[in-house]
Design a binder for this molecule. Structure first.
Ligand code: BYC
Length: 339
């Protein structure tokens, strides 16, 4: 489950073997050009030369991100048939469909780096690839659906808006549309919870219970503390990551606590307190043992999520086969017409 070093073609290595010394000088020049572009905050595009480690880091992050969107459809998808009204059902259907779309843009962005979609999907299904820890928690009541929108999508926006300025063009462009849709997702979650908070005591309890269960996993979702984040230094140097895990977590807490007050829910952290000196909220300790257990496949729903995903892929095989057969027929027909 642990590392996600996908076997993408090492084009630079092959080229080096063929033309050793001359190529080395050429590569130094290419590296200098690449560094200058990064320093000038210009975009790297698929046709540009890039160091192999930059390519691999992007494939790792973008494919994990794509998997998170696709697996992220499952916890909420469970509630489509049980939504409390036609309006809520239509909203939830649209949201889950959006997440599928995000996965597709992101797989496409990763494909521009030379990895195939089949390889990425295989890595997810075999348990080799990571996806966000947050989707391994259960959705026990309707309030969980609203809480995912409010907190999980709220966290996603905080993390993803800076990626719109990522140095890799296709990833940055995909993120612009994704972030617009995430804003709608966050708003619909807040709205669903607000409606419940204006309802019966039982509905309010349900919201509080969901917030109690999701708060800490959402804080952990931003990734390990900066001091334990092995990928941050290069991610920052290359302009892939613009704001650190801890800074984003702090921004999220600062933005979300006032929203909790408006909603009328309590944040389940006795150590949460405004710090006048720092001009930020202080918050309690995150359980990093739980986070790593979940990332390592031992969360409450990891096995169920992966099994559901694998089954959905296998069940859809006939659709992919039919689409390919149709495309082949169309191609043959147009070749006949052209002959
Ligand atoms: N879960 O060195 P670090 C969404 C891994 S979609 C699992 O800080 P990096 C949504 C990390 O991969 C949410 N693993 O890494 C969708 C690394 O392992 P590897 C997904 C995690 O890359 C549908 C190791 O821990 N968002 O919100 O610098 C509905 C060390 O971490 C997690 C994205 O993917 C985690 N939470 O920073 C609703 C955004 N955190 O790969 C909502 C794009 C860390 O070395 N990704 N790890 O084996 C990123 O911004 C960054 O990749 C991260 C991690 C901040 C997640």
């Amino acid at each position: 489950m642990y590392t996600q070093a996908l076997d993408i073609p090492d084009a630079d290595q092959r080229a080096r073997q063929a033309m050793a010394p001359a190529a080395e000088a050429g590569e130094k020049a290419l590296q200098a050009q690449f560094d200058a572009k990064i320093d000038a905050d210009r975009r790297i595009e698929p046709q540009d030369w890039m160091p192999d480690a930059y390519r691999k880091t992007l494939v790792r992050q973008i494919s994990q991100h794509a998997h998170s969107e696709v697996v992220g459809m499952l916890p909420e998808g469970n509630w489509i048939a049980r939504a409390p009204s036609l309006k809520r059902k239509a909203i939830l259907l649209a949201k889950v469909q959006d997440e599928g779309g995000h996965g597709l843009y992101l797989y496409s962005a990763a494909e521009t780096l030379g990895v195939t979609r089949d390889a990425m999907v295989d890595a997810l299904h075999s348990g080799k690839a990571k996806y966000s820890s947050i989707f391994n928690y259960p959705t026990l009541t309707w309030a969980d659906v609203g809480t995912i929108g409010w907190l999980v999508d709220g966290a996603a926006i905080m993390n993803q808006v800076p990626i719109c300025r990522c140095s890799y063009g296709p990833y940055a462009r995909a993120m612009i549309r994704i972030c617009k849709e995430e804003s709608f997702h966050q708003r619909q979650g807040f709205d669903a919870l607000m409606t419940m908070m204006k309802g019966t005591p039982a509905q309010r309890d349900m919201v509080q219970d969901a917030v109690n269960r999701w708060w800490w996993p959402v804080l952990a979702m931003f990734g390990p503390p900066d001091t334990d984040s092995p990928n941050s230094a290069l991610g920052m140097r290359w302009g892939i990551k613009r704001i650190s895990n801890d800074e984003l977590r702090q921004k999220f807490v600062d933005a979300t606590v006032p929203q909790a007050k408006i909603l009328g829910v309590t944040v389940p952290d006795p150590r949460l307190k405004w710090n006048e000196e720092r001009q930020h909220y202080d918050y309690g300790a995150i359980d990093w043992n739980e986070f790593w257990a979940v990332v390592n496949g031992n969360g409450p729903c990891n096995k169920e999520r992966l099994a559901t995903r694998v089954k959905a892929h296998a069940d859809g095989q006939w659709v992919r086969d039919a689409a390919l057969a149709h495309a082949r027929k169309q191609q043959q027909r147009s070749m006949k017409e052209a002959a």
